[in-house]
Design a protein around this ligand. Structure first.
Ligand code: FAD
Length: 412
């Protein structure tokens, strides 16, 4: 009989797991332990509406009374220092310890920091928490020169917001295109053009080699030796799963805590979900997906598994972003080999890019087309076989293609 569960980490994975445990009928004690002091919040708004000032505070995942209603014991502002996997004892920094039947490691990830000279100078920042955002909002002023190191999702979101706040923004991206890993080269190039239209300077094939300044940042040296004068820099070069407790407990970690497709580690009763977990993928392999929706999906799978009702849930990456005023959604890995089909024209209006592998839809990216993206998601989830010329024909509803694929008929 399970009567005590501890969830370590109060981000969306931890909170969603707590919610699912209650929905699944678990009525024992439930501890949600988080090192951030405030109520759990939605991190995705930080680089967008919160940094931009449209929202004063980061939106809460749930109001305070929700935790009371679900009888969740919130232990906030406390860091878990150690986990003993054999006794399932969780040691807090206050020296208090809890011994429980199940443990969920939902410790998330931390912003990667490059080991280069000057990275500790005032004016050089990363963005992961609400406090980081509030600090940036206070320090940035219109007209200041900002270097964004890294042209991935968060880098491009921050660049958009900073530019809208009136800063002079330059993105340094070490590869040959922005956003390549998540949105692929085609959409990455399209986003680059939109960011340039906003007045953002983009330097491809250029990383940061050194941050320069005495008391504070004054410039960034690029990997190609160029000198970029700067008042501020923000490093957005990815996130590193928080695996310290798991590693110290002897759990296997490989760019995330290694779990099976229900979130179980090799140690009985110890689970992981969200950005901390290297979760099995539907296409094979495993990795931390670092998305909000995948964190939620993993959390509900792990809650069932903690109660002995494991339902395998290998993941397909599923996410969204807001860049240069465009709402972009993606499912699957758009970059890779296969055939690519554009439906619509993003220069004119809403559009979707599909990737077909062996005639089956394996990934999609939507630009300002949320309604069609919902149906595209179903096509990808089903690996539907669709002919490229039909998929690219906007006069044929995607719903029709989905129905045909389900019935294994052909749309002509
Ligand atoms: C600026 C920003 C914008 C983003 N935008 C998007 C977006 O548009 N779309 C999208 O899909 N995803 C986005 N993401 C990613 C998304 O927010 C994450 O995938 C999601 O928050 C992961 O949730 P999590 O609960 O696994 O981890 P986190 O949200 O990182 O939460 C983990 C929590 O655990 C705590 N913790 C860690 N170690 C300990 C310990 N030892 N003891 C106690 N507590 C501990 C941490 O302090 C943290 O509060 C964004 C992320 C950032 C940073």
């Amino acid at each position: 009989m399970i009567s005590d569960i501890a969830i370590i980490g109060s981000g969306v994975a931890g909170v969603s797991a707590a919610q699912s445990l209650r929905t699944e009928g678990y009525d024992g004690r439930l501890f949600l332990i988080g090192e951030e002091p405030g109520l759990p919040y939605d991190r995705t708004a930080l680089s967008k509406a919160v940094l931009g000032g449209d929202l004063t505070n980061s939106p809460l995942l749930f109001p305070a009374d929700w935790y009371d209603e679900l009888q969740i014991d919130l232990v906030l502002g406390k860091t878990v220092r150690k986990l003993d996997v054999s006794s399932r004892a969780v040691l807090l920094d206050s020296a208090a310890s809890l011994t429980v039947d199940r443990v969920l490691l939902a410790t998330g990830a931390a912003a990667c920091v490059p080991r280069i000279s000057g990275v500790d100078l005032p004016g050089v920042a990363t963005l992961r928490t609400a406090d980081d955002t509030y600090w940036l909002r206070q320090s940035w002023r219109p007209g200041q020169r900002l270097i964004v190191v890294g042209g991935g999702l968060i880098g491009c979101e921050v660049a958009t917001t900073a530019r809208n706040l009136g800063l002079e923004v330059t993105i340094l991206e070490v590869s040959g295109e922005l956003l390549q890993r998540v949105l692929g080269r085609r959409i990455g190039g399209w986003c680059r053009a939109r960011l340039e239209e906003l007045g953002i300077a983009i330097q491809l094939n250029t990383g940061a080699a050194e941050f320069i300044g005495t008391d504070r940042l004054t410039a960034v040296t690029g990997t190609d030796g160029r000198h970029f004068v700067a008042d501020n820099a923000i490093v957005c070069i990815g996130a590193q799963p928080n695996t310290a407790i798991a590693e110290q407990a002897g759990l296997a970690c490989s760019r995330g805590i290694v779990v099976d497709d229900s979130g179980g580690t090799a140690a009985e009763g110890i689970f992981s979900a969200g950005d901390a977990a290297a979760w099995p993928l539907r296409v094979g392999g495993r990795r931390s997906l670092e998305t909000y929706i995948n964190s939620q999906k993993e959390a509900s799978a792990v809650a069932a598994a903690m109660l002995g009702r494991a339902v395998p849930a290998p993941q397909l990456p599923l996410s969204w972003t807001e860049i240069a005023g465009h709402y972009i959604q993606m499912i699957g890995d758009i970059e890779g080999c296969g055939e690519f089909v554009m439906r619509g024209d993003p220069d004119v209006g809403p559009a979707l890019l599909f990737r077909l592998t062996d005639g089956r839809v394996t990934a999609a990216v939507s630009i300002d087309a949320p309604r069609d993206f919902a149906m595209a998601t179903r096509l990808v989830e089903k690996s539907a076989a669709v002919r490229p010329e039909v998929l690219g024909d906007s006069s044929i509803e995607l719903r029709e293609l989905f129905r045909a694929a389900r019935a294994k008929t052909t749309v002509t």
